[in-house]
Design a protein around this ligand. Structure first.
Ligand code: SF4
Ligand code: SF4
Ligand code: SF4
Length: 387
């Protein structure tokens, strides 16, 4: 087990002013300390989400950094360093350079990554497409198996929970191990990208995967924990070597004196830099659910989905539910799919307890730790002006 997991990603520094604000933010009760005393984080309870970090009024909470290791890899001529960036990064990075929140700087980001020395600039949206296909297909199998439709083996009980938020996964493992068979077996987009890059990508580039370093740029501090999980070695190597946050990418760009705002737009590299664009909504709460439902809709109805929007799963309420009617061509009927979206671990306990007690009527439940989804993740720019 890695040092990062054993010690946790998030730490309270000696700058702590003991104001106690973070204890009201933490969704898991991992922070302890009396008013007037330096606070502490229990790594066994902490899910590494970084919400305390971005909400500490005194900047007294920090996250473990791999920036120096990334710099060393970029300076090592024997290594091919490839990078992926999550959808929520491109709409937040510009804030660090004075642009309005939400400005999409995707093409300047690609250009900046090349200037920093990355050999190949890919995009997590490629593997977010794979996650959507896996989760949507797995849901179809679970629903059809429960209905007794022939040819659909059980891949787990209903409801199916999403699996792409590592903070949610650690929370479930720590507090509700009996819920684990309900969680999708699909890896997160970040962790699908690693083995794809070190197998298919390495083959296409004619590179020994041992000489490939995979770096992720994420809106999320929990992704640092996720990439260090000991089982994440599907390629035969550590699938994702290092994770840096949106904030850390901005620091690297500034440290190198790159004139970010005046960079000419560039595109991602081909093969695993392309995507359908469906995964762009992954960064907002309800986005994973909506993308997976769209996949299930197209597979089951055997129709191309041009216009149908699943607006019922959008919004910012911490728990939202909806029923989506999906036409199933093979059965000649419409299937009502009951879905639930939870944003914030503080709100998931009652949803889980209903499932474990057999009271839940949902088929599919999305859980994301951060309020509003990854767009407000613990690795995003900190808006100190709000204090
Ligand atoms: S919010 Fe920051 S300053 Fe206040 S107790 Fe927590 S770590 Fe310390
Ligand atoms: S990182 Fe998240 S879980 Fe850990 S102490 Fe901070 S708010 Fe709590
Ligand atoms: S909601 Fe997104 S940013 Fe927040 S912990 Fe989960 S994966 Fe990370």
């Amino acid at each position: 087990m890695s040092t990062v997991i054993a010690e946790g990603v998030i730490h309270v520094t000696n700058d702590c002013k003991a104001c106690d604000h973070c204890t009201s933010i933490c969704p898991t009760g991992a922070i302890s300390g009396m008013l007037g005393q330096k606070h502490h984080i229990d790594p066994r309870l902490c899910v590494n989400c970084g919400q305390c970090l971005i909400n500490c009024p005194f900047g007294a909470i920090s996250d473990a950094s791999s920036v120096e290791m990334v710099r060393q890899a970029l300076n090592d001529s024997t290594k091919i360093v490839v990078v992926q960036e999550a959808p929520a990064v491109r709409v937040a990075l510009g804030e660090e350079f004075g642009l309005a929140p939400g400005t999409n700087v995707k093409n300047k980001m690609y250009a900046a990554l090349r200037k920093l020395g990355f050999d190949r600039v890919y995009d997590t949206e490629f593997t977010a497409d794979l996650t959507i296909m896996e989760e949507g297909t797995e849901l179809i199998h679970r629903v059809f198996n429960a209905l007794g439709v022939e040819g659909f083996e059980s891949s787990g009980p209903l409801p199916q929970f999403t699996s792409c938020c590592p903070a949610w996964i650690k929370y479930a493992e720590d507090k509700y191990p009996h819920i684990l068979p309900h969680i999708s077996s699909a890896k997160s987009p970040q962790q699908m990208f690693g083995p794809v890059a070190k197998t298919y990508g390495a083959m296409k580039l004619n590179v020994d995967p041992e000489d490939m370093i995979v770096v992720s740029v994420m809106p999320c501090t929990a992704k640092k924990y996720e990439c260090d999980r000991p089982e994440m070695i599907a390629s035969g190597f550590k699938d994702v070597d290092y994770v840096i946050t949106t904030r850390e990418l901005a620091e690297m760009i500034k440290a190198d004196g790159i004139d970010f705002l005046n960079l000419a737009d560039e595109d991602a590299d081909k093969f695993i830099g392309l995507s359908t664009g469906a995964a762009t909504i992954f960064g907002a709460t309800g986005g994973v659910m909506e993308a997976a439902l769209r996949t299930a809709y197209e597979i089951l109805s055997e129709e191309k989905l041009d216009k149908v929007e699943f607006e019922a799963v959008r919004g910012l309420a911490p728990v939202r539910e909806a029923t989506v009617e999906i036409p199933v061509k093979a059965l000649g009927t419409k299937l009502p799919v009951h879905v639930c979206v939870v944003t914030g671990l503080k709100y998931v306990d009652s949803v889980i307890e209903d499932v474990l007690a057999g009271r839940s009527t949902y088929h599919f439940i999305e859980v994301m730790n951060c309020p509003g989804g990854c767009i407000n993740g613990g690795g995003q720019p900190i808006r100190r002006d709000t204090y």
